[in-house]
Design a protein around this ligand. Structure first.
Ligand SMILES: NC(=O)c1ccc[n+]([C@@H]2O[C@H](COP(=O)([O-])OP(=O)(O)OC[C@H]3O[C@@H](n4cnc5c(N)ncnc54)[C@H](O)[C@@H]3O)[C@@H](O)[C@H]2O)c1
Length: 256
């Protein structure tokens, strides 16, 4: 019996990286998964790899009407929604993010996906889950906890996710909804976004990668599956007393 047997989960940004690994992990543990993504080709590819227990819906997390459609289609297809993984996120558009050169356009572009998208997800997940209970897992970052001088608006957006997660958890508790809400804080993970971080933050990306690897106590960068395992735990009933928590999954980078 899988750890998520009979549960129905939605994973946003499931076409790539951490979202893809999470969709695969949750289905391997018995869940039915709705994979959503802005990139339809990538989302369909994830579902093809998984098979019958997943299906894909095209989705822009920044559009509220699309959240209404996603929730309705998930319930029509599987009967309920038990888990939402708010994973879709962007590092930015490539424009400068240091505090001297950043533009408000960049700040807003990042916040629209990373903050508005997560808030809308929480809002519509609560609507779908409040008669029955459920679990929301929000992807923040270690950049939401410690300073990254070259990524000020990205870090701020992830700090917002850390905080809003706790407020959502407290609200749902106060209302007696039985909905838990937790955040996961990955270190640098080897995905498309992780590669962009090296190119963006370091003058010499290869040297930066090696320096970063050496600075991580477990001696390696993270894999998408490392994060998928953490999300799976928080989504499962094993975490039934874990609520409003921030789970750092970074190989120990933050302790130094
Ligand atoms: N990779 C890392 O090093 C790292 C570290 C810390 C936190 N994170 C966070 O983990 C999450 C996943 O990161 P990843 O590395 O897998 O990224 P990724 O770029 O590989 O994948 C992100 C996915 O989200 C989708 N997406 C982007 N905007 C969207 C939107 N508006 N609506 C729907 N889907 C959208 C993309 O199409 C893509 O498939 C993000 O929230 C990211 O900020 C990543």
């Amino acid at each position: 019996m899988g750890r998520l047997a009979d549960k129905v989960a939605i994973v946003t940004g499931g076409g790539s990286g951490i979202g893809k690994a999470t969709a695969k992990k949750l289905t391997a543990e018995g869940a039915s998964v709705v994979v959503t993504d802005l990139n339809a080709n990538a989302g369909h590819a994830t579902v093809e790899e998984i098979g019958n227990s997943a299906f894909f819906l095209s989705h822009d997390v920044t559009e509220e009407s699309e959240w209404e459609r996603i929730m309705k289609e998930a319930v029509d297809r599987f009967g309920r929604v038990d888990v939402l993984v708010n994973n879709a996120g962007i590092l930015g558009t490539g424009a400068p993010q240091n505090p001297e050169d950043l533009s408000l356009d960049e700040v807003h572009a990042i916040a629209k996906v990373n903050v508005d998208g997560v808030l809308l997800g929480c809002k519509h997940a609560i609507k779908a889950m409040k008669g029955q209970g459920g679990a929301i897992v929000n992807l923040s970052s270690i950049a939401g906890i410690y300073a990254v001088p070259a990524l000020v608006p990205y870090g701020a957006s992830k700090g917002a996710v850390r905080q809003l997660t706790k407020s959502v958890a407290a609200y749902c508790g106060k209302q007696g909804y039985g909905i838990r809400c937790n955040s996961v804080h990955p270190g640098i993970i080897e995905t498309a976004m992780g590669e962009t971080v090296f190119n963006f933050v370091f003058d010499d990306p290869e040297q930066g990668r090696e320096e970063r690897r050496q600075a991580i106590p477990v001696g390696r960068l993270g894999k998408p599956e490392d994060i998928a395992n953490a999300v799976c735990y928080l989504a499962s009933d094993e975490a039934s007393f874990v609520n409003g928590a921030e789970l750092v999954v970074d190989g120990g980078q933050l302790i130094l």
